[in-house]
Design a protein around this ligand. Sequence first.
Ligand code: GDP
Ligand code: IMO
Ligand code: MG
Length: 430
Amino acid sequence: MPGTVIVGTQWGDEGKGKFTDYLAKEASLCVRYQGGHNAGHTIIVDGEVFKLQLVPSGVLYPWVVPVIGNGVVVDPVVLLDELDMLESKGIDPRRIRLSGNAHLIMPYHQELDRVTERYLGKNKLGTTKRGIGPAYADKAMRVGLRVQDLFDPKIFRQKLDLALREKNGLLTKVYNRLPVDADALAADYLALAPRLEPLVDDTVHLVHQALDAGQWVLFEAAQATFLDLDHGTYPFVTSSNPVAGSVCAGAGVGPRDLDRIVGIVKAYTTRVGSGPFPTELLEGTPEGDVLVDRGREYGTNTKRRRRAGWLDLVMIKQAARINTCTEIAITKLDVLSQFETIKVCIAYEDESGTRYDHVPYHQSVMHKVRPVYETLPGWAHDIERAEQLEDLPAEARDYVRFIEEFAGVPITFVSVGPERDQTVVRPRAA
Ligand code: GDP
Ligand code: IMO
Ligand code: MG
């Protein structure tokens, strides 16, 4: 049985965590394939809130094996804290499998993330300062340390010394920081090895065993299509590839191992950090403030206020193509309930009046485009308790249909609240 991918179609925080948890009930494996603890995935079950950064969102079901794939970058301290958090909530974290090939985020990666942002000044990217970019850069430079290195102190130390030769020069001579002490760092990291070792596995093999046995495997993205290093609004992106195709590299499967790609679309748009955002409603704009307040648009981990704006269907259409979405799940439709009318962006226009029906590849164009809106009627009453499509007001159903027709992809789920059971399943033919 081929696998299913859950992928963000905007700039992250679409509700991937909630939706992965919703679907994972039927799964055997739930696999993260990229990113690191820059992700913040929230799941709410019967009022209990789970905030996950590294552990896949299928972890709440005891029969699901959560897998951290080779494409993820792992801060071992954060991972162990997350395991403790899960254990304190009665969830057995010993099922989690961690790829020995995943790269480690080291303290100097976090330090470099902080200082490079500071040096960029007003051009800063607004990263999560978790060391993600520097860790992936080292992976590409082939000077990264991997999870498996933790279990061979001699090799760990050799690789660390090599890495620090360059990093300490950079930290002290370029950024005027203190050098990293190799002895202390090696001691700290190697002390974590005994707790991590039982989790480490050949995750590529595990995934193939499950697929071969006809079990259902879910792949959960972190970040999203427009934060993708290649397909996002570069340079205002993350340093990995969240797009569905990247499951192949980040988890070790082939394109034919995937047959269902669910694009998660928030009913409006948000973005954290810098970068272009054509439909943005700036802070202080009444409609933007309503989206942020009602949608509680503050970072799961960083607590930063998210920028908010109307739904951008130009982006959604592009995301549907890039990820070959077979279906779409709409989240946070309940947040739109207060509006008399709702705008959706159906094209862009530049200063000279040139119209774009697709996301322009050129950054100078993308930074300057203005949204062309279609105005749709809103609905008066709250929809949090809707259980099926018919429970939604006609205007809400029309909104869903409008997205579906524009994107050319069927919408199979509509989320009307953060709780696991606030999910409307839409039969394909409806
Ligand atoms: P992720 O990074 O894509 O997993 O999304 P986050 O968890 O960072 O952000 C989504 C936020 O919206 C979380 O606080 C969720 O609890 C919440 N959420 C998810 N789906 C819904 C929904 O349908 N309605 C509302 N009101 N909140 C939702
Ligand atoms: P989830 O999985 C929203 C953003 C940061 C910054 C840019 C680069 O919860 O959707 P990085 O630390 O990755 O180098 O930062 O990417 N960013 C996210 N925005 N949701 C996320 O994850 C994000 N992960 C990174 O705000 O603009
Ligand atoms: Mg998030």
